[in-house]
Design a protein around this ligand. Structure first.
Ligand SMILES: [Mg+2]
Length: 239
């Protein structure tokens, strides 16, 4: 391996909790109103199963569409510029993003210390390093977490939109990261905590897919494409 492609949320930073909380707040408000309007029982967003199956690792609009489909709800797509009040897939995504930005500004971004140690170790070993995240806030999060300078290339939600790259579980964003580093996929290691993310790693034909299990879903990570599973990147330093 000559390069490492890191997911951000849940691999380098502990922002998965921030996202999960923002999704729950957004979806529960939406579902509550929907159930009232349609005379259906209110079934809240499940921060376990719903989060991992339908939204984690996906681009914002993909997460909204996929989760709502699981509840038999279809909304108009709208556009990425929709306001947070728009009753569209993009509007709901933007509503969630406002909450995330608010939480980031409140100082909710924590790194995983084992991941920072690992980043330093791979840099010292002269391995190439990219962050590949569905997040449109990736740049702000890296800066807030003070790890920007440890990564040479950033492929995030902003880049994906500009380059028309489909999000995970499609492998395109990881492949783009490898291309920007000038390293063939078979020489890259992918580090992912999301089921959609390890699927993307498998689909892209990367040298190795390392599942990072923060929530006790090691078996599911293996089923979806992880070659090995660790609970923290520090485990890889000890080998
Ligand atoms: Mg993640």
């Amino acid at each position: 391996m000559t390069a490492c492609l890191f997911d951000l949320d849940g691999v380098l930073t502990q922002t998965a909790l921030v996202h999960n909380a923002a999704w729950k707040q957004t979806f529960d408000a939406f579902l509550q109103a929907w159930s009232t309007q349609h005379g259906q029982p209110f079934v809240p967003f499940d921060t376990g199963a719903d989060y991992h199956r339908y939204v984690d690792g996906r681009q914002r609009a993909d997460g909204v569409r996929t989760f709502l489909a699981s509840r038999g709800i279809t909304l108009p797509e709208g556009t990425p510029d929709d306001g947070p009040d728009a009753e569209t897939v993009n509007g709901i995504g933007n509503r969630k993003n406002l909450l995330v930005l608010q939480k980031i500004q409140e100082g909710a971004v924590q790194v995983y210390p084992g991941s920072v140690d690992y980043l330093h170790a791979v840099k010292d070993a002269a391995l190439r390093r990219a962050v590949v995240s569905a997040s449109a806030n990736c740049k702000d999060v890296l800066e807030a977490a003070k790890i920007s300078e440890l990564l040479e290339v950033r492929v995030d939600g902003v880049v994906a939109r500009a380059e028309h790259l489909p999000g995970k579980p499609a492998p395109d964003t990881f492949l783009h990261g490898a291309k920007l580093l000038g390293v063939p996929p078979e020489n890259c290691a992918v580090f992912e905590d999301a089921l959609a993310g390890v699927e993307a790693g498998r689909a892209g034909g990367f040298g190795i897919v390392i599942g990072v299990d923060r929530v006790g879903q090691a078996d599911a990570l293996r089923e979806h494409g992880a070659d090995i599973v660790v609970q923290d990147l520090a485990e890889l330093l000890a080998r």
